[in-house]
Design a protein around this ligand. Structure first.
Ligand SMILES: [Ca+2]
Ligand SMILES: [Ca+2]
Length: 526
């Protein structure tokens, strides 16, 4: 919000500014190709807070003054809904701000009813399991309070029933009065502590279950997505009955790592694992978020590689999220403020973000990487995002199809199918910086000779751990959905295997292809 669009020239993005840019996200016209076409927005915290990032909330019932008023928020939500965009807000349940009136009162007055809303110790219990300071000296008396992230973020104590009641009240307020469609829940792993166990405790699972059941009771179609910054195996302990969805951090890292290394090996394993265990739509892939070095920077500034990462993300199963600015290939490395710099709309003063002085200095490429510039370029990152999001909307196979991992005769080539009944989409990406010719892909077949592995080293690679996908046999016509190249037809044998399919004689360096496959003449996605 702070970096998207400023409406009043104070250099800080705000609700009115974001409302004015909603058509950029989705103009509500499904035929329009001049809009990203996204169906949902997650707003990082918009509550009153003493910090720029808002993850330390001092009033859960009021929009930060610098962003606007509660009425501005309702207007934003109404305008979003008109365009078919759902609105999720960030909800920080683990901790409040150290400037929250409840904490200030509990700090000063040991008889305060809010005393039990936080955790106190007369002596310093020492450092946390990661060696960080998690107990902080009270500025008022000789005691310590618990805050896993920082002294500015005292943890709320969910062993006190009133705290969970309050977390429900806050959710009800944002649903009933502010008309949000759901929440992104910050740091949910750390809600309830159990001795030295600070993450993923039974108490945390219990609180999430109870909170979600309550929220679903007041809004049955609520969508919640949780931040559990751990590999799949840990995230899976939060299913089936807690939040709707969780971010797939392992998938994000897997995409970055494969594209950076130029090797497809293992890239899809975490995706297939989630597909096997979690219903589609209940997990959320992404590439990078607001706490991580931006994709383009992670990939050495290489926009071609960033495009591959985007293509993989937007052709994945699950419910993908794109962090603002990623869709034009913005750069940014730590510290955190530099991951959250103003949106680069144009080459106008302040990048078209503000008429004043931006709250955070613009990036060095702010005049060359802009929305306006990329709108004029059919080969741009922005054009790719618009195309892929619209394709995903139109193609049932891309939206909700199974992912079927394919083998490839070269390790630098990632290949998979998305399959939904009789419709299929093939994604094939050359992750290397060299053109590759004659790369064969297959399914259900031993991998025979390859360019990178001589025949004597041939191995059998399981095509798909699901193991049960039956592909209709016969000849499938192929149509390139991103470019105007002419891929070869694909033949599926009577026993459902694909052998030595060469969709393109030549795969360009650092290029991903998205191909519709159809047994009829009619193609439905283009
Ligand atoms: Ca402003
Ligand atoms: Ca906690």
């Amino acid at each position: 919000m702070r970096s998207f669009k400023d409406s009043d020239g104070d250099g800080i993005g705000d609700l009115k500014g974001a409302t004015s840019k909603l058509d950029y996200i989705n103009d509500g016209n499904p035929k329009s190709t001049h809009s990203l076409g996204a169906r949902c927005i997650w707003l990082m915290p918009v509550d009153e807070s003493p910090s720029y990032h808002g993850y330390d909330v001092s009033d859960y019932y009021r929009v930060a003054r610098v962003l606007g008023t509660n009425d501005d928020f309702k207007m934003f939500a109404a305008e979003a809904h008109k365009r078919g965009i759902k609105v999720l807000v960030d909800l920080v349940l683990n901790h409040s701000s150290s400037e929250h009136p409840h904490f200030l009162e509990a700090l000063r007055d040991t008889a305060s009813p809010y005393r039990t809303w936080y955790r106190w110790s007369a002596t310093d219990p020492g450092r946390g399991p990661w060696g960080s300071d998690i107990w902080h000296k009270s500025p008022v008396r000789n005691e310590y309070y618990y805050g896993i992230f920082s002294s500015h973020m005292p943890d709320l104590n969910y062993e006190t029933t009133a705290v969970l009641d309050e977390a429900k009240r806050v959710a009800k307020f944002w649903i009933d009065s502010m008309h949000v469609d759901g929440f992104r829940l910050d740091a949910v792993s750390y809600l309830v502590e159990d001795g030295m166990h600070l993450a993923h405790t039974a108490g945390t699972h219990r609180v999430l279950r109870e909170w979600q059941a309550y929220v679903r009771g007041i809004k049955p179609d609520v969508f919640t997505v949780g931040e559990v910054t751990y590999p799949n195996d840990t995230v899976l302990t939060y299913y089936p009955d807690q939040l709707t969805s969780y971010f797939a951090f392992e998938v994000a890292d897997s995409i970055i790592s494969a594209v950076r290394r130029g090797s497809a090996t293992g890239m899809l394993a975490p995706v297939v694992q989630l597909q096997r265990t979690v219903p589609d739509g209940r997990w959320s892939p992404f590439v990078r978020n607001h706490d991580q070095v931006r994709t383009r920077t992670e990939l050495g500034g290489d926009i071609a590689k960033a495009k591959i990462a985007a293509t993989i993300l937007l052709t994945m199963p699950g419910m993908p999220f794109v962090y603002y600015g990623e869709e034009i290939g913005m750069i940014g490395a730590k510290p955190d403020e530099r991951l959250r710099t103003p949106m680069q709309w144009s080459t106008a003063h302040g990048d078209g973000f503000t008429t004043g002085t931006p709250w955070e200095q613009l990036q060095s490429d702010s005049l060359t990487t802009t929305v306006a510039g990329e709108e004029r370029d059919a080969g741009s990152m922005l054009a790719l995002h618009r195309r892929l999001i619209h394709l995903r909307d139109r193609c049932a196979a891309l939206r909700s199809g199974l992912i079927i991992q394919m083998t490839a005769s070269n390790d630098a080539v990632l290949a998979y199918l998305r399959e939904n009944d009789a419709a299929m989409v093939l994604v094939i990406a050359n992750l290397s910086d060299k053109a590759l010719t004659g790369v064969r892909v297959g399914y259900g077949e031993p991998l025979l000779s390859s360019e990178s592995a001589p025949a004597q080293h041939s191995r059998i690679v399981p095509s798909n751990e699901l193991g049960h996908v039956t592909i209709h046999s016969g000849r499938w016509k192929a149509s390139d959905l991103l470019a105007r190249e002419s891929p070869a037809s694909m033949v599926v044998t009577a026993d459902g295997r694909i052998r030595d399919y060469i969709p393109f004689a030549r795969l360009e360096p650092k290029r991903a292809y998205v191909v519709e496959l159809s047994r009829d003449t009619a193609m439905s996605c283009r």
